[in-house]
Design a protein around this ligand. Sequence first.
Ligand code: MG
Length: 347
Amino acid sequence: MAGGKTCDTVTSVVLRVDTDEDVSGWGEVCPIPHYLPAYAEGVRPALEYLAPVLIGADPVGPEALMARADAWLQGHPYAKSALDIALWDITGQAAGLPLYALLGGRQAADMALYHSITCVAPEEMARIARDAQRSGITQFQVKLGADNDWQADAARLRLVREAVGDGPLVYGDWNCGATRLDATRVGRAVAGLDVMLEQPCATLEDCAAVRAATGLPMKIDENGHDTASLLRAHELGCMDAVALKLSKFGGLSASRRARDLCLHLGPRMCIEDTWGSDITTAALLHLAAATPERALLNTCDLSGYVAPRLAPGAPTRRDGRIAPPDGPGLGVAPDPDTLGQPVAIID
Ligand code: MG
């Protein structure tokens, strides 16, 4: 990513919430190092701290219990995301319904995926884009800024745009790593092309300035993480699209509220998460499938980028698209042998 940030491995925290009714729910959160105010080692102590609120509480109807959790421990949305997903899994199983039915109802048979292209040499990125396009992908995220060379970034956008031809969506993502000056130079260099810019700078105000100077549509990611920041991005006129990552907001409950606000405000939504395997992927697919197709930009098969797979039989990409699981709740459960023994039990 921008600034030369890399990560070869990530730690994913998998949570199982047991009830006294023989129903268990699964949750997962996988923060990327150095990406957001979140770290994997912070999840377990936050959940331990919440134990007095959780033990003995009714898990059905997650928002009531999450409100109590928010009153007990403010913030820490990433840690709460795993908990909230597990409560939704229990609620769906208790209802005998897949989560998409509880999150707004199935609005699409399947959803478009984007393919993220790591920031390497422009020609190599164009080759990766062509390969992904052959597999059915129609939306391409071009990572920018790894070498601090604005002309290379302009070439990355130009070559990927050329490689995939007219029609597919191409957007360049700096992950907050660009200055206003460099992002504006890149944007003006490719201003005649059909491209979108994503989160060039670290603040919404700078992103809005880049949008105004380049005339290019803008996707907000890192700076859109709660109701107030979404409203501010909308006010500034820089939110043509937005990434709703479950763990930025605090799980499915808070992301559903963000989704509903965005239906009103109007940006196209990428519904995804920071990272993770089959549990978080299933959760985000349910929310994406329950979102009107006209408002959904794309979604992400996070589990397809990492190994090992936690849940054999969980959804995988097909012709650039993906569908949610159909079983009750999340509709996926991890393979116990892959997980191994729990690192902690909170009771
Ligand atoms: Mg992004």
